[in-house]
Every structure is written in C-alpha cells, then in structure tokens.
Design a protein around this ligand. Structure first.
Ligand code: SF4
Ligand code: SF4
Length: 95
C-alpha cells in the first residue's frame, strides 16, 4: 500500500462529466514507480492503481491534469486524440 493511500479522496457520489475532447493523460511505464501520488490526488478516481502499467478510465477522467502535476518522476503526460484535435481546429477556425 502506498504512503499516499490514506489521503485519497472519497469516491465521487456521481462521476464528473467527461471533458472530451481535452487531451488524455497517459503513463510511461518505464518511469512510473507506483508511488501513489497520482491516484491519491485524482478527484475523479479515474486511475486504476492495480493495473501494471496504470490504467485510466477516460469516461471518468475530467482532464484536470492534477496527476501530471504531482507525479514526482515525470511519468505522466497527455496525448491528444485525433477527434479532439480536429474539433479544436474547427473551433479555432470559425471563432
Ligand atoms: S505519480 Fe507518477 S510515479 Fe507515482 S504512481 Fe503516478 S505515474 Fe507512477
Ligand atoms: S487528469 Fe485529473 S481526473 Fe484525469 S486521471 Fe488525472 S487527476 Fe484524475
């Protein structure tokens, strides 16, 4: 069990609405040391710490990037799925 586990927020009563099409957080398995900082801070309980490597539930994730901010090993970053890129380009073009 991680030292962070006792600090983990409770399960949200209702899942946060997803923030599609914002970029998705992903983990670099070679850098992750399973320290627990990310899944402890996640307000949406969207990180499955029992998976190796960590897995994200993108239906729950609100794309707040808190996990990326707190990772002490630089193991998290975002990827921008194609639909999100296309929608943002269209918004930028017509706004
Ligand atoms: S904070 Fe970083 S190193 Fe720690 S478990 Fe999460 S991804 Fe892995
Ligand atoms: S981006 Fe936010 S909601 Fe999504 S997994 Fe990271 S901390 Fe959780």
């Amino acid at each position: 069990m991680s030292a962070f586990s006792a600090l983990r927020p409770p399960e949200p009563a209702t899942p946060h609405p997803p923030s599609f099409p914002a970029p998705d957080p992903v983990v670099d398995a070679d850098l992750c040391r399973q320290c627990g900082a990310c899944w402890t801070i996640c307000p949406a309980r969207a990180i499955d710490e029992s998976a190796r490597p960590l897995e994200f539930d993108y239906d729950r994730c609100i794309r707040c990037c808190c996990c990326i901010e707190v990772c002490p090993y630089g193991a998290l970053h975002t990827v921008d799925p194609l639909p999100g890129r296309m929608i943002r380009k269209l918004i930028a073009r017509f706004s």
